[in-house]
Design a protein. Structure first.
Length: 344
């Protein structure tokens, strides 16, 4: 007798990495192998592993994943209380990944949560051309208590100078920005981030939404090299995860209507927003366009010049990101399904 599951196979539920690690910790052998990988990670954080040490660490990794393959298949949830702990586990069992480490998102998108449907209501009304739609989005945020409170929180954190200096505490600024984007419904938070503009006054408000003078500029306002910025990001579990999520969900393609390889504008917009409040916080380039970029350049890249340019162009010339933003601002043709699966 053929079972229903054989005729209509359903993918198995995605295991949370914290749960996968809990199961591992009940097995002394698995727990010992995982602790060994943590030691490998600690050593690698200080200096590159030597050939013998790297080989030993790979043996531990292979033995661990052979015994508990759920650790390799596990994923994490954005904005959850245990997110950073989950991401730590996710990356520890991928201590020595290949070059494609940032092409796979550590986040679980198998079940799109109901908040994604709220994206369609961001531009549910349009003001006459020339009106400051970003001001209207900010006013709407202020009328919703949680949005207004968390926005005031990050503005204060990103503008209050550290005692004895003229600079803000960038760590607190980033943390407050992430709290805003993770806890405020997306019809408000993404409305503020992606409001359409037709004049420079509106563009100025939109560009300053994430307080650029604190969120990504250093004390001298000197742009770092983009590859150096990416390298620092990859040393931080959260930043590396958010960057991998963006590269996975905003991968451009000429073969889909949305311009996205995954054909999901909603996932791309959420992945882009997830970068804000990290080392690689992006922003609008100017007050007169909707083009975005990282705060970095490719000076001093040497023989990695082309690699650096490719990283820059994932923001400045990304058709998936551009079309996703345009899709958000065409409410007349949108439903929750068209936002997630494509936009005509």
């Amino acid at each position: 007798v053929i079972s229903t599951s054989e005729v209509f196979p359903f993918p198995p539920p995605v295991t949370d990495c914290v749960e996968a690690h809990r199961v591992c910790s009940t097995d002394p052998r698995c727990q010992a192998l995982y602790r060994g990988l943590e030691l490998c990670a600690a050593d690698a954080a200080v200096s590159p592993l030597g050939e013998q040490a790297a080989s030993e660490c790979l043996e531990r990794q292979d033995a661990l994943l052979a015994k508990h393959p759920s650790l390799l298949a596990c994923k994490c949830q954005r904005g959850f209380r245990k997110e950073e702990r989950c991401l730590r586990i996710y990356w520890r069992v991928r201590l020595l990944p290949g070059r494609d480490e940032l092409e796979i998102s550590p986040y679980d998108d198998s079940l799109i949560d109901s908040r994604m449907a709220s994206l369609v209501s961001v531009p549910s009304f349009r003001l006459p051309d020339g009106e400051n739609q970003c001001l209207k989005a900010a006013q709407d945020c202020g009328l919703y208590e949680k949005c207004g409170a968390l926005r005031s929180e990050y503005v204060l954190a990103c503008t209050k100078p550290v005692p004895g200096t003229i600079r803000c505490n960038q760590y607190k600024c980033h943390r407050a920005l992430r709290r805003f984007l993770e806890r405020v419904p997306e019809e408000y938070s993404l409305g503020v981030l992606f409001c359409p503009c037709t004049n420079t006054l509106c563009g100025e408000r939109r560009r300053k939404t994430i307080v650029p003078s604190c969120s990504y500029q250093d004390a001298e306002s000197l742009q770092p090299n983009c590859l150096h910025q990416q390298s620092f990001c990859r040393r931080d579990d959260l930043c590396r995860s958010r960057l991998a999520d963006f590269l996975s969900n905003c991968q451009p393609s000429h073969l889909t209507a949305s311009g996205c390889l995954k054909d999901s504008p909603g996932l791309c917009l959420r992945a882009y927003a997830g970068l804000i409040g990290t080392i690689v916080t992006p922003n609008y380039i100017s007050n007169s366009s909707a083009d975005v970029s990282l705060w970095c350049n490719c000076e001093g890249s040497g023989n990695q010049w082309q690699e650096c340019l490719r990283l820059q162009r994932l923001f400045t010339h990304n058709n998936c990101l551009r079309e996703s933003t345009l899709c958000l601002n065409r409410p007349s043709v949108l439903t929750p399904d068209t936002l997630l699966l494509g936009c005509e």
